[in-house]
Design a binder for this molecule. Structure first.
Ligand SMILES: NC(=O)c1ccc[n+]([C@@H]2O[C@H](COP(=O)([O-])OP(=O)(O)OC[C@H]3O[C@@H](n4cnc5c(N)ncnc54)[C@H](OP(=O)(O)O)[C@@H]3O)[C@@H](O)[C@H]2O)c1
Length: 275
């Protein structure tokens, strides 16, 4: 629990609200110590009524009032928003940015202050409290700042700490990964329908199987190859299916997908990195 610290969430959209919900659910912070900003007045009012938090359309006011400032606006506007609040930031505050593809150095370059910036790449399963977030320290961030970021994102899932130059790989794998898995679930459900299952039953079986298999990897700590071998009996059904997947190049296709997405993230970041 963050006892006396105050948290500003700049941008109460999908990710900002998901974090707010998770943090309040695990009693990480009291609603009265959270300030949420947004540009839509009716949305702010709904957040105030729904969660009992302080709300304001004034980003600078929220940044001034708080010890931790979480930037949850779109990457396209983050520099404009950051420039608007930087006057309210100082070396005692922790600034956490989740804007995809925007390096901490790009924000650092917008002021002469040595600000403690932490960059995080979350993913959409944070909306159901099963996110995977990678956390990296900016130039002046301290280890306690990383711990604060870890606690915040552990309220909506699991976290790892990495070096910032690996953020593009994270974006290609876990940031974009839910899209790959949704495609796989949809395809598995289609295959069930083709084989005569109802859409509802096929979708449930596909999604629950993906979740169960992922849970086995995380909870047993076993290599997925070993877990695969446990399902694969000699001359059986699983090995017949696996043969078809290997013939279709599933492994290579997934590796290529993550590589392409990583390179695309790097390309987008190069534009963002410019002042
Ligand atoms: N969603 C994800 O899975 C995901 C994953 C990784 C990283 N991220 C990062 O998280 C950030 C937020 O993404 P999101 O999906 O939550 O976006 P979002 O739903 O659009 O949330 C952003 C919120 O900020 C509001 N806003 C716009 N201009 C503002 C301003 N000047 N001051 C304060 N608030 C303002 C938006 O209002 P309007 O809607 O009215 O414009 C919206 O409510 C992005 O930088 C994204 O790269 C998201």
């Amino acid at each position: 629990m963050l006892s006396k610290k105050r948290l500003a969430i700049i941008g109460g959209g999908n990710m900002g609200e998901a974090l707010l919900r998770g943090l309040l659910k695990v009693d990480f912070i009291k609603p009265g110590n959270v300030f949420v900003t947004d540009i839509r007045a009716e949305h702010l009012e709904a957040l105030r009524q729904g969660y009992g938090v302080e709300v304001t359309p004034d980003n600078l006011e929220a940044a001034r009032a708080c010890d931790i400032v979480l930037l949850a606006v779109k990457p396209q506007i983050i520099k404009k928003v950051y420039t608007g609040i930087v006057g309210g930031l100082d070396e005692k505050k922790v600034i956490i940015t989740i804007a995809a593809g925007v390096p901490t150095a790009a924000l650092q370059a917008l002021s002469d202050k040595k600000l403690r910036i932490v960059r995080v790449m979350p993913n959409t399963p944070a909306l159901v409290l099963e996110g995977a977030a990678a956390i990296a320290a900016g130039e002046y961030a301290e280890s306690e700042d990383l711990e604060i970021a870890e606690k915040i994102f552990q309220a909506v899932g699991k976290t790892v700490i990495i070096e910032e130059d690996l953020m593009d790989a994270v974006t290609g794998l876990s940031g974009s990964g839910p899209a790959y898995i949704f495609l796989i679930i949809e395809a598995l459900a289609d295959s069930g329908v083709k084989m005569g299952l109802s859409r509802e039953v096929a979708m449930f079986l596909a999604a629950q199987t993906v979740m169960g298999a992922a849970k086995m990897v995380l909870e047993t700590g076993e290599h997925p190859g070993k877990l695969k071998d446990m399902v694969t009996s000699p001359g059986g059904t699983a090995i017949a299916g696996l043969h078809t997947l290997e013939a279709g190049g599933l492994r290579t296709t997934l590796i290529n997908a993550v590589e392409t997405a990583t390179l695309r993230s790097r390309e987008l970041g190069q534009n963002q990195g410019k002042k």
